[in-house]
Design a protein around this ligand. Structure first.
Ligand code: XMP
Length: 521
């Protein structure tokens, strides 16, 4: 399902365009706009006034960016966009661009500002200030500064080192802020954005997950008609929510396929069966292929060879499972908006050959149904909860397509998988008990193929170590090892050694990414 041609997501939704000037901030701004219940989309800065007119946005936000308006080739905005009568808010670089392109002056004052800064409203704070306090803390990150505003603009806030921290020309509908209202360190930032959206742009706050579900259901019905669709379930949140949404739209016309590789975590396959088949009544093909995967993996120890073997067999099993579903024309995929803007794991993909359910080959002859294509992860989770999916699925950690195989160093055997499953379950249970689940990006156990000497009771042991890996991360591109409390690590280690036979030592991985990766293989 591709994006709309004009206006917002659904008929009746207003659309705000976030123009990306090369900063990671554009995605954050787009999410904040949606938190204000207004639909937003990210567009490149090369967008033309004609294209903007065609999209009929209610407002435009120009993001920050790493450039300076003074360098050659600095990214600009098509100047005709300023005259379209669509309200514009420039943030950081975006505000400097407004000043520069409309006849003001931006210069390098030699006094950049970084971090928390005190802001003082001027001239009553203007249209965006609303009920904001006259003095407040904002998050700054800039070197250049606006030193003269264009004709017709008023300065509405300043800081000690920045004479123009906010500017506006409300009759032209143009506003700029030097600080970053989208970050959490600007406590009143969300109020300011909402004020721009509601007061300056006149947006209606209709972007609620209930409305999103309703519209998605209508669209899926229109696309699939009386056809049949299939959906590969991985147990992860994206494919789960996509399946639940499509099921709400077309009920029995959907069949889900779950390939049980035998490499999933403890109890996971049962949970998929329970949730989708028993609770939702979704037609589910549970392809039990563990034995085939173990046969294929016998003697394979090289990480890439493992990934390749699993990826290929997965596709074969999936194809066979859908053998009985020859009349299916549609394939449901849980593609998210960040994947559409740019692949969030593009760096990782170069380092490891990633495999996931979404990675089915293109020559499968299906029309794609992608109901989450416009959504951010937090929105997908909210929709999952609203559709009645359990927390264990909605808040499930990312889990690699090749499963536990990339967390077993050396050969993958059923016995080693069973051992790792038990250790992994203990790690996750203890993280859950400590209430750290939503702070930690991933926490899991790794089984190494080395042995060490230990002593249990009066007996010498010669067993395998488990390595605990827990990381915090925003997007898996970079990650930091989690500073877990010692007591928690001690409890995990004690339980793993006491409850999992054959393990006599536990180590904690204190490597961040880079230089490490999150998974061990
Ligand atoms: P790395 O180990 O490259 O992992 O730092 C980054 C993120 O991607 C997950 N991962 C995968 N996800 N298929 C997937 O769908 C894969 O083949 C795969 N390999 C790694 C990993 O768990 C982490 O969240």
């Amino acid at each position: 399902m591709s994006g709309p041609v004009s206006g917002g997501w659904a008929t009746g939704d207003d659309l705000v365009l976030v123009v990306d000037f090369g900063a990671q901030y554009a995605q954050l701004i787009a999410r904040r706009v949606r938190e204000a219940r207004v639909y937003s989309e990210i567009v490149p800065h090369t967008i033309t006034a004609d294209e903007v007119r065609r999209r009929r946005p209610a407002g435009i936000v120009l993001s920050g960016g790493p450039s300076s308006v003074h360098v050659d080739g600095a990214p600009l905005l098509d100047p005709a966009i300023y005259d379209l009568g669509v309200p514009i808010l420039g943030i950081c670089y975006g505000s400097q661009l407004i000043a520069q392109q409309l006849g003001g002056e931006v210069s390098q004052t030699g006094r950049g500002e970084y971090g928390r800064t005190d802001l003082e409203l001027q001239n009553g704070g203007g249209r965006l200030a609303g009920a904001l306090p006259p003095q407040q803390v904002v998050w700054m990150s800039h070197f250049d500064a606006i030193v003269r505003v264009p004709d017709g603009f008023t300065v509405t806030a300043r800081t000690a080192d920045c004479p123009v921290a906010m500017l506006e020309a409300p009759e032209r509908g143009i506003y700029g802020v030097q600080f970053h209202p989208e970050v959490a360190h600007t406590p009143h930032g969300q109020d300011l954005l909402t004020r721009f959206l509601v007061d300056a742009c006149g947006c209606r706050q209709t972007w609620t997950m209930t409305n999103v579900i309703e519209t998605a259901v209508e669209r899926i019905r229109a696309q699939v008609g009386s056809g049949r669709a299939i959906c590969g379930l991985s147990g992860g949140v994206d494919s789960a929510v996509a399946a639940a949404l499509v099921h709400r739209a077309i009920g029995k016309q959907l069949t889900c396929v779950y390939v049980d590789t035998g490499l999933m975590r403890l109890g996971e396959s049962d949970q998929v069966e329970d949730t989708f088949h028993r609770t939702f009544g979704i037609d589910l093909v549970h392809a039990r292929a563990a034995e085939r995967f173990f046969d294929r993996l016998a003697g394979v120890t090289d990480p890439e060879a493992k990934r390749k073997a699993i990826g290929e067999l997965f596709i074969r099993v999936f194809e066979e499972a859908r053998g009985g579903l020859t009349d299916a024309d549609f394939l449901v995929q849980g593609t998210l908006y960040p994947d559409v803007i740019e692949s969030g794991t593009s760096t990782a993909a170069k380092i490891k050959s990633h495999h996931n359910v979404g990675g089915l080959p293109e020559d499968l002859d299906f029309e794609l149904v992608e109901p989450l294509r416009s959504l951010f992860k937090d929105e997908v989770r909210r929709i999952g909860t609203e559709l009645g999916l359990p927390d264990e699925i909605v808040w499930r950690q990312p889990f690699p397509g090749p499963g536990l195989a990339v967390r077993i160093i050396g050969e993958v055997t059923p016995e080693r998988v069973a051992l790792l499953q038990r250790a992994d379950a203990i790690v996750r249970e203890e993280i859950h008990r400590a209430g750290l689940e939503r702070e930690i990006w991933q926490a899991f156990a790794v089984l190494a193929d080395i042995r060490s000497v230990g002593v249990m009771g009066d007996e010498r042991t010669y067993g395998h170590p488990i390595i605990i890996r827990a990381v915090t991360s925003e997007d898996a591109m970079t990650a930091d090892f989690a500073r877990l409390p010692w007591e928690l690590l001690e409890r995990m280690a004690g339980r793993i050694i006491g409850e999992v036979p054959g393990i006599n030592r536990v180590a904690y991985d204190v490597t961040s990414k880079p230089p490490g990766t999150i998974e061990w293989e």
